[in-house]
Design a protein around this ligand. Structure first.
Ligand SMILES: Nc1nc2c(ncn2[C@@H]2O[C@H](COP(=O)(O)OP(=O)(O)OP(=O)(O)O)[C@@H](O)[C@H]2O)c(=O)[nH]1
Ligand SMILES: [Mg+2]
Length: 316
């Protein structure tokens, strides 16, 4: 059997191998994706994002237990965009979710990148497709909230849970506008710590303001606020219930999101390819460095430099 057949038959090693191929961007990775693609779009994709240390992995660990109790096969992709800068990988997650490491119905994978963030975003989307094709449902994407990147990754999800922690003072101010737009559920984790009530109240206030200012194509669903204590499994059963009901009732929004996702995937692959071709064809590495130098020294403006490349490609 070839890799794709094995993957779709539920062989976890084949799945792991395929994800590595995507991560390493090796030849053949695209063929794998092309082949699995018609078998994707069936799983519920759940995004879990929040600040470093908010308890995302602990929460996901509990979610795994709940979905397993319902006999669902669950896949987790943990993405850490910040590790792109340090070049490190995510070590904690393996440990945090170790309890499930031997369960063949649970697949956990951490992803980091050696290249650029756009690449990580694409790889994460592709990994979700592979897990979906392999029959994992739900597929969870855990991303660390460090900036715009996790918002991009979370966009790949059907349901997005934003994890917050009480007692961080100006936490609310730190919530970026983009997060507000993508959040379907706010999860106040570590609700055992002081300040959960205040955080909930602040959040309510912020959502009321946002109700009046965010205009969307569809009537805006007001995100619910839930409380959990992941380490004690408190509030997690309710969270699973809210996720289910959100998924069931958000068909129109989900369809819209899937279209947005299709568009952003298409455009990002297109631009990656076009830039790649441009550099290959019109800017051999010496030419590339020379161009950057010229712009840096302000001998050429960036628009003219790009125009030169476009002309050279016969595209203008
Ligand atoms: N008091 C308390 N501690 C918690 C709770 N949930 C998680 N923790 C602790 O918070 C710490 C961070 O938990 P993680 O699950 O690793 O958090 P994370 O958001 O995945 O962290 P990163 O992936 O590093 O961003 C751990 O020491 C957990 O034991 C909770 O509900 N209450
Ligand atoms: Mg984590």
């Amino acid at each position: 059997m070839d890799l794709v057949d094995r993957l779709m038959a539920g062989d976890a090693r084949a799945l792991a191998r395929a994800i590595s191929m995507i991560e390493e961007d090796v030849a053949g990775a695209v063929d794998v994706l092309r082949e699995v693609f018609p078998r994707t779009g069936r799983s519920m994709v759940l995004g879990v994002t929040g600040a470093p240390g908010a308890g995302k992995s602990s929460l996901v660990d509990r979610l795994i237990a709940h979905y397993r109790a319902r006999d669902q096969k669950i896949g987790v992709v943990a993405v850490d965009p910040s590790s792109a800068y340090s070049g490190g990988a995510i070590l904690g997650d393996r440990v945090r979710m170790q309890e499930h490491a031997t369960d063949p119905q649970v697949f956990i994978r951490s992803m980091a990148t050696r290249g650029h963030l756009g690449g990580l975003c694409r790889a994460a989307n592709d990994a979700v497709d592979l897990l979906d094709a392999a029959g994992y449902d739900p597929v969870v994407i855990e991303t660390v909230g460090v900036g715009q990147d996790e918002i991009e990754v979370a966009r790949a999800a059907d349901v997005v849970g934003v994890v917050l922690v009480p007692g961080m003072g100006d936490d609310i101010q730190a919530i970026k506008a983009g997060i507000l737009e993508i959040a379907d559920l706010f999860i106040i984790n570590k609700a055992d710590l002081a300040g959960a009530d205040r955080l909930a109240a602040d959040l309510e206030g912020m959502l009321s303001l946002a109700d009046n200012s965010i205009a969307g194509a569809l009537p805006r669903h007001r995100p619910e606020i839930l409380r959990t204590v992941a380490v004690r499994d408190e509030g997690v059963a309710e969270l699973v219930e809210r996720i289910d009901s959100f998924f069931e009732t958000s068909g129109a929004r989900r369809a819209e999101r899937r279209r947005e996702r299709a568009e952003s995937r298409f455009l990002s692959i297109l631009s990656e390819r076009l830039v790649g071709r441009a550099r290959e064809k019109a800017l051999p590495s010496t030419g590339y460095r020379k161009t950057i130098e010229e712009i840096a020294e302000r001998r050429t403006d960036p628009y003219t430099a790009v125009e030169r490349v476009v002309r050279k490609l016969g595209m203008s």
